[in-house]
Design a protein around this ligand. Structure first.
Ligand SMILES: NC(=O)c1ccc[n+]([C@@H]2O[C@H](COP(=O)([O-])OP(=O)(O)OC[C@H]3O[C@@H](n4cnc5c(N)ncnc54)[C@H](OP(=O)(O)O)[C@@H]3O)[C@@H](O)[C@H]2O)c1
Length: 306
């Protein structure tokens, strides 16, 4: 029975992946991380601090399952995973753990923030690109299959875990009487944590059975099934947050919002650029449903933040 070792299980997508994989009788599961996922006490857990130089060959050995193919799936930051994996593979040959491949989440920021003018985002892109290159080099050196997923905006809830971007807007959309919405805005392709989980699981299963997905790029930017403007995204969330209809969205010319945000440039160039990015099209990524060969699901999927 193929084995999956899941890193970053204490994230919405990691938790969703674990839940979907538990439902799959054909997989043996284990979780590695700094905290055991509290909702899944029956899944074997290995303590592993990815950023500790001494971590943790024990996470990989499971004599009872010896010989079964193992795939590592990670929803932890790739800049922690990649150096850890390089150390692990240097300490313990891949064949001795049955390791066949790695599916790791990076971020579409590696593409969308590539030409950012603020230092914070440029440093992020550097960190992501270096980690991706290291992961690729380690896997190829040790003869492992690898797949990097570069998801765009992840939203939604799984178990006790909720995203930290769109869910932050929900209370505002519930409480404020008026919410300004820039118009026009750029496009977004938000992906629900359960969709990202399904994509990662699909790819991991393919690596575990030796099938792989020869026609897919190894570095795969991935998004949700719906591409919509930032404005439309807020409107759909507002309809859900506010079934009684208390909040009114007020369209405000985007240029006026950019002009009003200009002082931010002095305090936080990163935040100023985030405001400008509302006008950028952060979309055009492979849609989850294409990869999973399912009918498309419109934004937003449930569950969302409570
Ligand atoms: N959020 C987004 O919109 C977004 C967009 C694009 C890409 N991504 C990528 O998608 C994945 C999930 O994103 P996220 O925002 O939900 O989670 P995140 O904050 O990037 O990662 C948190 C997860 O990583 C684990 N982790 C962090 N440092 C660790 C360490 N030193 N050792 C072991 N585990 C460690 C955490 O475990 P603990 O329980 O131990 O803290 C937790 O499970 C990440 O790879 C992220 O880079 C996210």
């Amino acid at each position: 029975m193929p084995r999956l070792l899941i890193f970053g299980a204490t994230t919405p997508a990691g938790d969703a992946c674990l839940r979907q994989a538990i439902g799959d009788q054909g997989l043996a599961l284990a979780v590695a991380g700094r905290r055991q996922p509290p909702d899944h006490p029956a899944v074997p857990f290995f303590f592993c601090d990815l950023s500790a130089p001494s971590a943790a060959a024990a996470a990989w050995s499971d004599p009872s399952q010896e010989g079964e193919p193992l795939v590592a799936v990670s929803f932890a930051p790739i800049w922690h995973l990649a150096p850890y994996l390089a150390r692990q593979l240097a300490a313990q040959p891949a064949w001795s753990m049955g390791l066949q491949g790695v599916v790791a989440c990076s971020s579409s920021s590696v593409l969308t923030k590539r030409y950012a003018s603020n230092g914070f985002d440029r440093a992020l892109v550097r960190r992501l690109s270096q980690a991706e290159a290291l992961l690729q080099a380690s896997c190829e050196h040790h003869g492992l299959a690898w797949q990097i997923l570069a998801p765009t905006l992840i939203y939604g809830r799984s178990g006790t875990y909720t995203d930290r971007n769109l869910s932050r807007l929900m209370p505002l959309l519930r409480r404020l009487p008026l919410v300004p919405v820039p118009k026009p805005t750029g496009l977004r392709q938000p992906i629900h944590c359960s969709q990202l989980a399904a994509v990662a699981l699909h790819l991991a299963r393919a690596l575990a059975t030796g099938g792989g997905s020869a026609d897919l790029p190894r570095h795969l930017p991935v998004g949700g099934d719906d591409t919509l403007s930032y404005q439309e995204m807020l409107e759909r969330l507002q309809r859900l947050a506010n079934r009684g209809g208390r909040t009114t969205l007020i369209p405000v010319p985007a240029r006026l919002i950019y002009a009003l945000a200009a002082p931010l440039l002095l305090v936080s160039p990163k935040r100023f650029e985030a405001v400008l990015r509302m006008g950028a099209d952060l979309s055009g990524f492979m849609a989850a449903h294409q990869l999973l060969q399912r009918p498309p699901e419109p934004f937003p999927l449930h569950p969302l933040a409570p």
